[in-house]
Write a protein that binds this ligand. Structure first.
Ligand SMILES: Cc1cc2nc3c(=O)[nH]c(=O)nc-3n(C[C@H](O)[C@H](O)[C@H](O)COP(=O)(O)OP(=O)(O)OC[C@H]3O[C@@H](n4cnc5c(N)ncnc54)[C@H](O)[C@@H]3O)c2cc1C
Length: 467
């Protein structure tokens, strides 16, 4: 493929694929024309949105790339008699563009679309196709809860409109709603060409509080405590509890000067090795203040440094903290990019683990013991509110990359229950396939194979994803 388009052979996983051609359709009619050509030449198609995926699901395995970034328009918006507002959009609209469009809507109250995988260049189609979660998953749930309808084009060129909870497909004696197949289906069964998004009222008050700890164990215990704590503030709700470990904190400090989005963030005090970020949403500022006071008291019990605590109020200020968390996730990608310059076989190497049973601290210590024996560098980031822990291995060279890959496979077998429970976080794509096979039941894999046979029998869409 022409070198101009080489950036489209990879996504944020840093996996690099191959393709013979690429298109940037601007309408459904163009998609249908392109698909006709691809069908006639029996060329498989990989669908791409914003290419921010971290498991290689939008990375092509040969064939044609259909990039939807130019289908980024809002088609209409309407409010039902019940007062719910919906927005019909094309799939390539990015989160950033969507937020600007929503801000322009003339509605009686400020609205928002809750899904936020922290990458503002992610497209709404990609978010829906991966059923992405986000920082505030604890309060708002998965992105599929905010999509009420989709339009699909199938491999044979037929167009279908599906509505939440209505259209059904029978698979191996079971029935499933078709929308649930496509949302989270990683583009395996067809291309989403339009989505109807459900908007909800914006919380009137938002606070983000960063708690800092010199001992990471204290930080993790604090996060575990918050997950199960019950507060007397019914109108204030914890929307996010995020944990950053010493590796991420140190790398962020080192990279800070080169990351423009971190310039407005205060410097971290020396000796800080872990952070817990808590976001609170409420309808009244006073309710948040009361809750924040309770949180401070709990933080002190776990040796949180009260003088070093960061508190941000309001949407604009919270954005700074979101940038900080996003930069934390990006440090891992930057680290992989650095070693990839030496050896192009290296890709992102990570796993997600459910912490529902044991909590954050016990889960980290379980994995840490085995990681330590292997002398591999790791970064732990806990989406505690969503009961999940991300473990990223940071190899220095290809030998460590191979060692890390073997370790992940061993963990997949040994801890199949906790890894299997979090396997769909960030998607499966191409990079998590072998771990997927080791941690889910044969019936689950068989279910996907059956769906693929019914909805895409010639393996036209996204070859190499999931199975
Ligand atoms: C720093 C960082 C932090 C992240 N944090 C999170 C997080 O907290 N939670 C989370 O869930 N994810 C997270 N992600 C992953 C990523 O942002 C999400 O997976 C996002 O939803 C992908 O959207 P995209 O438009 O970039 O899709 P792409 O990467 O382009 O594609 C992803 C998948 O969706 C399919 N797809 C895209 N558009 C369509 C369409 N119109 N029709 C059918 N299939 C389609 C593709 O074929 C592919 O399988 C993070 C990524 C980065 C880099």
């Amino acid at each position: 493929m022409d070198i101009t388009y080489h950036a489209y052979l990879e996504d944020e996983s840093k996996m690099v694929g191959s393709a013979d051609s690429i298109s940037f359709p601007e309408s459904e009619a163009e998609i249908c024309e392109i698909l006709q050509v691809m069908r006639d030449s029996q060329t498989p198609v990989t669908i791409q949105g914003g290419k921010t995926g971290i498991v290689g699901s939008g990375v092509p395995s040969g064939g044609h790339i259909m990039n939807l970034s130019r289908m980024n328009r809002v088609k209409s918006f309407y409010t039902t008699q019940a007062g719910e507002t919906f927005l019909r959009v094309q799939p390539g609209i990015t989160l950033n563009e969507l937020r600007q469009e929503i801000a322009r809507l003339e509605t009686s109250q400020a609205l928002f679309w809750p899904p936020d995988p922290s990458e503002s260049t992610a497209s709404v189609g990609g978010i829906a196709a991966t059923d992405a979660t986000g920082i505030c998953h604890q309060l708002y749930g998965k992105s599929s809860s905010y999509v009420s309808g989709i339009r699909i084009i199938s491999a044979d060129g037929s167009v279908h409109d599906f509505t939440k909870g209505q259209d059904i497909i029978a698979i191996g004696g079971e029935s499933k709603h078709l929308m649930d197949v496509y949302l989270g289906g990683e583009g395996m069964y067809g291309v989403i060409t339009e989505l109807t998004l459900r908007l909800i009222p914006k919380p009137r008050a938002l606070w983000g509080i960063g708690f800092f700890f010199t001992d990471p164990g204290d930080g993790m215990s604090f996060a575990d405590h918050l997950k199960s704590a019950i507060f007397n503030e019914p109108v204030a709700k914890i929307a996010a509890i995020e944990y950053l470990d010493p590796t991420i904190i140190q790398t962020l400090e080192m990279q800070k000067s080169s990351m423009t989005r971190l310039r407005q963030i205060p410097d971290l005090a020396p000796g800080i090795s872990a952070m817990v970020y808590v976001e609170i949403h409420a309808d009244r500022e006073a309710a948040i203040e009361d809750m924040a006071e309770s949180l401070m008291l709990i933080g002190e019990r776990y040796n949180g440094e009260p003088d070093l605590t960061w508190a941000f109020a309001g949407e604009l200020e919270i954005e700074k903290m979101r940038n900080f968390l996003h930069a934390a996730a990006e440090t891992v990608i930057l680290q992989i990019e650095k070693v990839r310059c030496e050896d192009s076989r290296i890709t992102k190497l990570g796993i997600d683990v459910s912490i529902k049973e044991q909590g954050l601290r016990a889960t980290v210590s379980q994995f840490e013991k085995e990681r330590h024996k292997q002398e591999l560098k790791t970064a732990y980031s806990g989406h505690v509110g969503a009961d999940s822990l991300r473990i990223d291995i940071l190899p220095e060279n290809y030998e460590e990359f191979v060692k890390g890959r073997v370790l992940l496979e061993t963990w997949a077998e040994k801890y199949s229950a906790s890894i299997g429970a979090a396997i769909t976080s960030y998607g499966i794509g191409k990079l998590k396939k072998s771990i997927f096979r080791k941690t889910v039941s044969i019936a689950t894999i068989d279910h996907i194979i059956q769906l693929k046979k019914q909805l895409d029998k010639n393996n036209f869409w996204n070859p190499g994803n999931m199975i």
